[in-house]
Structures are given as structure tokens and as C-alpha cells.
Design a protein around this ligand. Structure first.
Ligand SMILES: Cc1cc2nc3c(=O)[nH]c(=O)nc-3n(C[C@H](O)[C@H](O)[C@H](O)COP(=O)(O)OP(=O)(O)OC[C@H]3O[C@@H](n4cnc5c(N)ncnc54)[C@H](O)[C@@H]3O)c2cc1C
Length: 494
């Protein structure tokens, strides 16, 4: 079943890799296994970046922009990592879009939401850096990278006090990676696809000075780094053994929303140099995924625009804008471990559904989504208790009229479900994000087990830990990777 997901991701990625960076490899098949059969090649740069996702490409663009030489190593046949398949939405307070929409926000409020969202287990210094640099990160994407954002719309993910997530055109990381890739190409930054970093190298004094990698033909290449190495290899959500090593709950029973490349390579390589890890047990599930594949459902983002979450018995059971971990656990506690989202035409029209019609049609074909003229019909399709559901919706519609949800205190505007046709979608949680990783300081320097920076070693993005505490809020990962990708670039050149 998981193969369905791999096929669609691969297709998307092949198109991007051909159009975005270089002339594209002829051999587009799969991951480089890292097995070397020839040794000896050596290339020299100021900086070596491992991983061509959002963090790695942002760092590389800043490094080249500052006049230094840089190479990006990417083990897959395409660039983008999880950034490519993400929604691409990123939080920032006090943006031009908030100003246009008249939304009052502040750096302090964003910081407070983020710390609270992670149960106050995040490193406050890192969160302060995130909050202070978030607005500049979105502006950098807009002005330097040419990313195009919807000018009249912001998302409000769970746990955020106000709408603050900028929404790239198409509602997809495709816009981010397409533009980051194009910028890297325009700047002649070499991005070496199907080139897997196997080992981070250091001199006899422990200063990091290069990377040993293996290309798709099995040739070993030593990439020397005069100034340092930036690890931007993403998380470890697809590495079941590693998940179980740090948190036995997240075993084979869980499907994943992430790319198969999320295997924690950067964490394993840096650990060999004494890097400290933080928060490795904190693994996040995304509550509303396709039960057939584990793929994150963007159609189910109707939840942010008013859709109501119910169970097989026709009852609501959690606030729809709660944190991901809370909703995930609540869904798993329901009959068959499934939740059902119901919405009407008004909510559909508020939800940018045109961006997700391919997924919508797939869900219908898979029997995971039904559209019909009455609440009875949509409920019967999934064998949901019709009478109870009608009562639940009647009560909820009254809450919409009164402006207050008496059962779960839903935040934001409460929208009644009154306009046919209706939609009902079956959803379940899947592994989505690994909050733990390499310990870094505010300059993105990797910290060792004695609390000292490892000379020449920097990290940014999901490979790092400490920024999101026990739970990452929606839209905070993309902010994190751009903010710290850029900081890592600045630090390595100091
Ligand atoms: C479906 C989905 C939707 C999401 N939507 C959002 C959203 O809307 N907003 C938000 O804030 N967050 C979102 N996230 C989370 C966010 O996308 C990720 O946390 C973020 O993109 C990680 O970026 P990164 O640069 O750290 O890693 P990645 O983008 O994953 O890139 C890492 C790269 O490193 C490469 N690599 C790994 N090991 C090696 C090696 N040994 N040698 C060479 N290369 C290597 C990988 O192949 C990959 O290309 C979403 C995640 C998913 C899965």
C-alpha cells in the first residue's frame, strides 16, 4: 500500500529534479545505497552541505551569496526531501500579510505559543531565535528566492493564537523547492544527486574538515571542507528501528507521512564525532492521514476552516483545533482507531480545495471520501450512526449561531454545516515529524556530549532537536529550516 505514495512522490520529484537543478540524472531510480567500489576522488570546497531539502538549499544559497564555494550532497535522485511534499506553509508574526488582513500578532505571542505547544520542553534560546527571525525568513523566501505566497490568506494551525502561516501558491512545498532549486541553479551551486554522505571527517584535533560520500556508480568521493560541514539531512521518521530505539510506542504499526529518505543519517554520522542528542523520544503523528496509505491528507485541512471531527457513533470527541498529539491520541482511542471529518459546501469553498483536487479524486476512488446531498447519505456510506450524527450536527449548528462551542470550546469562528452537498472523510494518524535530533546552539553549532561546540560542524532543520520540545506546532518546521539554514550559513563562514 505504501508504494502508492512512493509512486506519486517520485513522479512529482522527477519533474522537479529535471527542471530545478542541473540537467537531471538519466538514472532516476531510488536511493543510493552508499556502497563504494572505487576510492580516490577528492573535491575541495569552503563548505559541504549534506541534504538538499529546505534547510540545506537555504544554507547553500546564503553561502554562495556571501562569495564562498559550496557543494550540496543529496542521496536521492531528486532534491527536496520532506520540504518538497510538505504544505510549504510557514509561521511568522508581523508579516505584510497579517498587516493586510488586520491580524494583530507579535514575536512574543508567537514565541509563547511555540513554547506552550512543546510543553515548555523546548530550548527557550532557540525558540527566541526562531521567533525573532521568522518574519525575515518569509521575506527572504519572497524577495531573494522568489517564492510566491497567497497575499490574502493565512492558515491558523492548531495551537496558534492567530492565523500566521504564510501559504505558498499551490499550497505545496513544490513552490518552495522549485524556487530554491532554481535559485541554486542560477547561482551555479553544484547539487550532487544520488551522492550519499557516509561519514563526516575530522582532522587529528577534532576539527571537521570534510565528508566521505559515495556516488550512484559506487565511486567514493572525499569532499573536503575548508570552513566546515552543515548537516541538513532531515528527520528519522522512516527509520522504524531508530524510532523504536528512542520510543517503543512508534513501531511498525504506524504508517508514515514522510519520505523514505528520512532515516536519521545525519544524527548517526554526527554521533560518531561525539555529538549530543536532545529530545529523541519526541515523535509526532499527524492526525488526519489517508488510512490506506499513511499519506498526509491536505483535503482534510478543511479541519482548519470549519470541518467537524466525529467518530463511528456519530459523536464529536475532541476540539478540532487541538494540538496534533492530542487529536491523534483521541482518534486512536475511537472505534477502529478512525476519525471522520464532515464539512459542507461553505467550508469547502473556504478551503482552497482547487489546489488538492487530485488528492480529492483519489480519496473518492479509494472509498475514503464521500460527497452527497444529505447528512444521512454521507453517514450511511461509512456505516456511521445516522441519527446520532444528525443530532450532533444540529447541536453544533446551534453553537455556530450562538458563537460558542459548549462541548469542546472550539477556537476561532464556528461555522454551521448547513449547505449541501456534504462531505465525509475517513482519517487516521501516521508518523509525521521527529522533534529530537542533534543538539545545537543559537549559532547552529553542533554541541558535543561535554557541552562544547564541535569545531567545523553545523546543523539545521529536522535533523536538529530542542526547538519544538515535545510537540511541533503546524507551520513551525518550515520556519525552523529556513531560519536555522540561514544561520548555519552565516556561522560556518565566521
Ligand atoms: C507531508 C508533509 C507535510 C508537511 N507540511 C508542513 C507544512 O506545511 N509546514 C511546516 O512547517 N512543516 C511541514 N512539514 C514538516 C517539514 O516539511 C519538514 O520538517 C521539513 O521540510 C524538513 O526540512 P529539512 O530540510 O530539515 O529536511 P528535508 O526536507 O527532509 O531534506 C533532507 C534531505 O537530506 C537528504 N539526505 C538524508 N540523508 C542523506 C545522506 N546521508 N546523504 C545525502 N543526503 C541525505 C534527504 O534525501 C533529503 O533530501 C510537513 C512534513 C510532511 C512529511
Amino acid at each position: 500500500m505504501k508504494n502508492m505514495k512512493r509512486v506519486s512522490i517520485a513522479l512529482l520529484a522527477i519533474i522537479l529534479s529535471l527542471s530545478a537543478v542541473g540537467c537531471g540524472d538519466k538514472n532516476m531510480e531510488g536511493v543510493n545505497t552508499g556502497k563504494a567500489n572505487k576510492a580516490g576522488q577528492e573535491e575541495v570546497y569552503d563548505v559541504v552541505v549534506i541534504g538538499a531539502g529546505g534547510a540545506g538549499l537555504s544554507a547553500a544559497i546564503e553561502i554562495k551569496g556571501a562569495g564562498a564555494s559550496v557543494v550540496v550532497l543529496e542521496k536521492m535522485a531528486f532534491i527536496g526531501g520532506n520540504t518538497l511534499i510538505s504544505g510549504g506553509e510557514l509561521n511568522a508574526p508581523e508579516t505584510w500579510i497579517q498587516e493586510k488582513l488586520g491580524i494583530e500578532d507579535s514575536i512574543d505571542l508567537y514565541k509563547e505559543d511555540t513554547l506552550k505547544g512543546g510543553d515548555h520542553q523546548a530550548d527557550e534560546k532557540l525558540v527566541t531565535v526562531l521567533a525573532n527571525n521568522a518574519r525575515q525568513a518569509v521575506e527572504w523566501l519572497r524577495d531573494t528566492v522568489n517564492v510566491s505566497f497567497k497575499e490574502d490568506y493565512l492558515m491558523q494551525f492548531g495551537g496558534h493564537s492567530v492565523p500566521r502561516a504564510a501559504y505558498p501558491q499551490g499550497g505545496s512545498g513544490n513552490e518552495l523547492i522549485g524556487k530554491l532549486g532554481a535559485k541554486a541553479e542560477e547561482m551555479n551551486i553544484p547539487v550532487r544527486k544520488q551522492t550519499k554522505a557516509e561519514e563526516i571527517l575530522a582532522d587529528k584535533d577534532g576539527k571537521v574538515n570534510g565528508v566521505r560520500a559515495v556516488d550512484k556508480d559506487g565511486n567514493e568521493i572525499i569532499f573536503k571542507a575548508n570552513k566546515g560541514v552543515i548537516v541538513a539531512t532531515g528527520g528519522f521518521g522512516a527509520n522504524v528501528e531508530m524510532r523504536k530505539q528512542y520510543n517503543s510506542e512508534y513501531d511498525e504499526r504506524y504508517m508514515e507521512t514522510v519520505q523514505p529518505s528520512s532515516t536519521g543519517d545525519g544524527i548517526i554520522m554526527a554521533q560518531k564525532l561525539g555529538a549530543a542528542l536532545v529530545g529523541m523520544e519526541n515523535i509526532q503523528t499527524y492526525p488526519t492521514c489517508n488510512p490506506a496509505t499513511g499519506i498526509l491528507s491536505y483535503v482534510a485541512d478543511t479541519r482548519f476552516n470549519g470541518a467537524v471531527l466525529i467518530n463511528k457513533e456519530g459523536n464529536r470527541f475532541v476540539e478540532e483545533l487541538e494540538r496534533r498529539d492530542v487529536i491523534s491520541k483521541a482518534i486512536l482511542a475511537q472505534t477502529d482507531g478512525m476519525g471522520y471529518l464532515i464539512w459542507d459546501t461553505t467550508i469547502k469553498n473556504n478551503s482552497h480545495m482547487d489546489d488538492y483536487m487530485e488528492e480529492f479524486n483519489q480519496l473518492v476512488a479509494q472509498g475514503m471520501l464521500i460527497k452527497a446531498d444529505t447528512i444521512e447519505e454521507v453517514a450511511q456510506f461509512f456505516d456511521i450512526n445516522v441519527e446520532q450524527l444528525k443530532q450532533t450536527i444540529e447541536k453544533y449548528n446551534q453553537y455556530a449561531v450562538n458563537g460558542k462551542d459548549e462541548d469542546f470550546n472550539r477556537r476561532g469562528e464556528i461555522i454551521g454545516l448547513t449547505e449541501a452537498p456534504y462531505y465525509l472523510q475517513k482519517v487516521t494518524p501516521a508518523i509525521h515529524h521527529t522533534m529530537g535530533g542533534l543538539k545545537i546552539d543559537t549559532e547552529a553549532r553542533v554541541i558535543d556530549n561535554e557541552g562544547n561546540p564541535i569545531p567545523g560542524l553545523f546543523a539545521a532543520g529536522e535533523v536538529t532537536g530542542g526547538i519544538h520540545g515535545t510537540n511541533r506546532l503546524g507551520g513551525n518546521a518550515i520556519t525552523d529550516i529556513i531560519v536555522f539554514g540561514r544561520i548555519a550559513a552565516e556561522s560556518v563562514l565566521k
